[in-house]
Design a protein. Sequence first.
Length: 760
Amino acid sequence: MAGFDWFWKAMGGQQGRNQKRSKAIVQRADELRRDLWQLDDAALAARVTNSTVADDPALLLACLSVAAHRTIGMVPFDVQNQAVLRLLEGDVVHMATGEGKTLVGAMAATGFALSGKRVHVMTVNDYLADRDAEWMRPLVEFFGLSVASVTEKLTPEQRRAAYRSDVVYAPVSEIGFDVLRDQLITSRDQAVQHGADVALVDEADSVLVDEALVPLVLAGNEPGRAPTGKIVNVVKRLRLGAHYTVDDDRRNVFLTDAGAAAVERALGITSLYNDEHVGSTLVQVNLALHAQELLVRDVHYIVRDGKVALIDASRGRVADLQRWPDGLQAAVEAKEGLAVSEGGRILDTMTLQALVGRYPMVCGMTGTAVEATDQLRQFYDLRVSVIDRHKELQRFDEADRIYATEAEKNDAIVAEIIALNSVQRPVLVGTHDVAESEALATRLRGHGIEVSVLNAKNDAEEARIIAEAGDLGRVTVSTQMAGRGTDIRLGGTDEADRDAVVELGGLAVIGTARHRTSRLDNQLRGRAGRQGDPGTSVFFVSLEDDVVAVGGAGESVTAHPAGDGRIDSKRVQDFVEHCQRVTEGQLLEIHAQTWKYNKLLADQRVIIDERRANLLDTPRAWEELSARSPERAASISELPQEVLEQAAREIMLYHLDRGWSEHLALLDDVRESIHLRAIAKETPIDEFHRIAVAEFKELAQRAVTEAVDTFNTVRIDAAGAHLADEGLARPSATWTYMVGDNPLAGGGKSVIGSLSAMFR
Ligand code: ADP
């Protein structure tokens, strides 16, 4: 915050963040602009110094404005300048679609960078990161600053270079995955990120609220842990009771002495429990046994296209992106006689909320911030500033059209689209999931209507399509996530048919059902009526819709539908609103509860981070190990000091990382099972905290003890510590994924799904 003390001083702290003051600054910036316009580029750039940023916001704004005009040909509107001021102060600005947030974000990012802060501009996808970085590059570079984008396709070297820039545009997921991968490095020069001071979040409510608890996951292969075919066959012949037992809640299997003997005989080995086998063969036998006995086909998983797909028990659906850790996946594959993929384990996970929490300063922009005010304050201590529209809103939002049944509603939606299309008026339909989009498109095509369908699969391609959604005769069907951040101009991108479309009433937005929060409804409505354009929006609702069923659970409303199923009643209208408020409340509660669990892990991660940084950047590892095991240290003391330090570092980091990953897995289990303890009159969250804190303490101690053991036994020579020889290899490959998609848009899964079940 240091650079913006002027704002705090000027505002008198919390209280006075009044619009008046910032309008006065904008006004003064306008006046200054006229003089600055005379300066040549170099002189203009030189006007902004570190102290300008801190002391003279009007001058800063004026310089940024003139530079924006010269470099990208846009003179920022007053409302845009106000938004820039608010961002610099650390607010989330509420600015409607089409008001020019890209320019606003770039001006603020440049302002931050001019005060020496590194800024991460978080976008919702790769396409927007590239587009915005390229579009805004001339403005940032005008002041001698650097800008880059980071996207999925970049190599580690390219990322490392990109992250050195003053302003970095990147999807929030890429930034998060890079943070996770940087937690695995064993020497500082492998890091791709170099820290950042400010997170400027685009579509802030999507990222900070809707997707806040979606975990980013880093998984790694685990060489040698998958059971061999031979072991699987041996295990198949074992008998329950005689060779192994299962505990009461069917979570664990145990080999009996007779079982162990049978396996040893079949494999021709002397003991499963000696040093040679305990870390490998025995692990494989246990995995194979677990897969065989505890995981039941069509209950815990299905086999589809030659692959094992997990079933999410809480929702009874296939969880596509999930795998079992620790070679268990491979064990099940072997049991089913399928091609065995390499075993994997989850190395680290982090929610977007925890990621954003790492930045000293956060600000953001979105068209629907006001509706998220409570969440932004509660979870991030962020305030919302509403920025006026440049031109008044001309869009007309119709009242919901309500039907008794879903079938009647769908008929009405199709009829409405046909009617709009018959006069060539462009229509944008927002659906809740891909299947619904496809079904609707098929019906419309049956009526001879050409339809573009967007499924959030190819962002660049979909951005091109949605950009044309305002053209004459277009019908575009899109899920909530698709084509975000793209401007819809009336009459097409070239605006050739603008007059005709304006004449017809502009873009018609249709929602096929209300969302679980009105905020998501408003995101969809916001697609129409940009920059004073005409347009309309309407939602179709049926009493069978999810939001009505969930939000109105236990309540019913008497309705008297017309012949086509339409219900035209203020009371039913109110009931639908009520249902949505209930689901909004539920989501907020789930978010709050879930965050209580995640918060503790986020705090523990900070401690792990510090420990890791200490081990990476100092000779601490060597000092600790040699102090604890002086004889061993003496025996290798003829090796060069760097070799010793690096060997010690790798040993300690290995056990620390391994411990953290096991800690996460354990707490996941605890979290899953803890609601059972609630029956025993313990508060789940308190109990969770107690276990998490105790386990964490143990993790820290164990990591050190194990490191000392390894230090004593592992071969250390001029090439370093030979950890792989001891079965302590780091994963040679890692992969990343996000668990589930937007839980609010339907089709989501996991944490939110299972936790909502748990808090019911
Ligand atoms: P948002 O992200 O707020 O929906 P964009 O950043 O995509 O909006 O901008 C919408 C459109 O408005 C873009 O085509 C952009 O070129 C244009 N625009 C933004 N600011 C200005 C300005 N000050 N002068 C002229 N055009 C602008």
